[in-house]
Design a binder for this molecule. Structure first.
Ligand code: GLV
Ligand code: MN
Ligand code: MN
Ligand code: MN
Length: 398
């Protein structure tokens, strides 16, 4: 099952995945999912926000939802997202092979645009579902070609006017458990349980100067936005270090982008995360101050806009502890599974505002993620399936 997904959207040269929401590779992944789900007799449901669900309609009462996402960052790894979806289907297979019948429905979710790689806001599908983003703002979000989210989803059969919170669907979900590859080097055991997601956000910086000739414009006459941009990147590193946080400038566009032209504008995106809201806010304020100072020094203007912000997420304590015991019971040690926080954002973080939510992590031996070297050993992935099957059984058996 996993093998069929591996070539989809993979760049043959770098080995990185490019599966942006509603582009052909991501649509192929969705078609693969629908096929696999139908083959298992699961019922497919499309919500108004582009999220996809496959239901094992057993028993009654609030459902246990699992799953993750199939979109990727630019040049992403194979596991971030798909591991949770494939493991969910594999866990259902395990339960069925063991003759288990759940007393409540089990659902597998594929959330849309989790990475925000196309429209800029991470977890867009789950934010819409839970009401964490205003639908009119979402409709107007633009991709790199200037096309709006509303236009794009309309082309794929969704009604842009209908996007937004889906209380009927939320009301049917008793809890959500997302399995995901761990994205740093924090997990030493094959499978762990998440405690929290640290505060994180995205900001856009627009530096506007004056385009001009690279050969004829004296240094003193220039208003080059590249210079304050460069100061800002260095300030990001410095401020993050001073606030026990992390800050990244991973995307930049330079207009017009000519070797022999001083740019007229530079747009950069800042990702900042830290242990507390205060630490992140301080980091961003210091970076903004450095950007304003450098811009003024070089005759350039700078605008800073917050694109998204997620406060600290603490997962449901009872569910977290229950999972740690169930998962630990599957391991050789029979100790509770390790419980750890993460610096990565997830749909589980968004869902947790509305339903009891927990996460399982599968060990990442390289500590690399959002890059082609992202990895999880097959044995650990199978341990993840065993853990998820045990959790689903525990949560739907009583
Ligand atoms: C999403 O994976 C994020 O943490 O940026
Ligand atoms: Mn990711
Ligand atoms: Mn992910
Ligand atoms: Mn994520």
């Amino acid at each position: 099952m996993w093998a069929a997904l591996l070539p989809v959207g993979r760049d043959a040269w770098t080995g990185g995945y490019h599966r942006f929401a509603w582009t052909p590779p991501e649509l192929d992944c969705r078609a693969w999912f629908t096929d696999e789900a139908r083959r298992r007799g699961l019922r497919i449901e499309h919500d108004p926000n582009g999220n996809l669900f496959a239901w094992w309609d057993a028993g009654s009462g609030p459902a246990v939802l699992t799953g993750s996402h199939l979109d990727s960052v630019p040049g992403g790894g194979a596991f971030d997202g798909p591991l949770g979806v494939v493991s969910a289907l594999a866990a259902i297979d395990r339960l069925r092979a063991a003759g288990f019948t759940p007393r409540r429905p089990i659902g597998v979710a594929v959330f849309a645009e989790e990475e925000g790689a196309r429209f800029g806001v991470a977890c867009l599908g789950s934010r819409l579902l839970t009401g964490a983003i205003d639908p009119s703002r979402a409709r107007g979000l633009r991709d790199g070609d200037g096309r709006t989210f509303g236009e794009v989803i309309a082309e794929h059969g969704l009604d842009p006017a209908a996007i937004g919170p889906d209380e009927g669907l939320l009301g049917r979900i008793g809890c959500f458990v997302e399995l995901h590859v761990e994205q740093g080097r924090a997990l030493r055991e094959p499978v762990g349980v998440a405690s929290a997601i640290i505060p994180h956000g995205r900001w856009r910086l627009d530096f506007t100067g004056e385009g001009n000739h690279a050969g004829t414009t004296l240094l003193a006459d220039r208003r080059d936005p590249m210079l304050p941009f460069a100061h800002t990147v260095l300030a990001a590193r410095r401020s993050a270090a001073g606030n026990d946080s992390v800050a990244t400038v991973g995307k930049v566009t330079v207009v017009p982008g000519g070797v022999n032209a001083i740019p007229s504008s530079v747009t950069a995106w800042l990702d900042a995360r830290g242990p507390t809201d205060d630490a992140v806010r301080r980091t961003v304020e210091e970076i903004a101050e450095a950007a304003r100072r450098a811009a003024a020094e070089h005759g350039v203007t700078v605008d800073l806009a917050e694109e998204s912000y997620t406060e600290i997420v603490g997962f449901d304590h009872a569910l977290r502890d229950r999972l740690a015991l169930v998962v630990g019971g599957q391991a050789r040690s029979a100790e509770p599974a390790p419980v750890l926080p993460t610096g990565a954002g997830h749909d589980a973080g968004v869902l947790s505002a509305r339903v009891p939510t927990a996460m399982l992590f599968v060990r990442n031996p390289t500590g690399v993620s959002h890059a082609p070297a992202e990895h999880a050993e097959t044995g650990d992935c199978l341990a993840g399936v065993t853990a998820l099957a045990a959790v689903l059984k525990d949560l739907t058996g009583g």
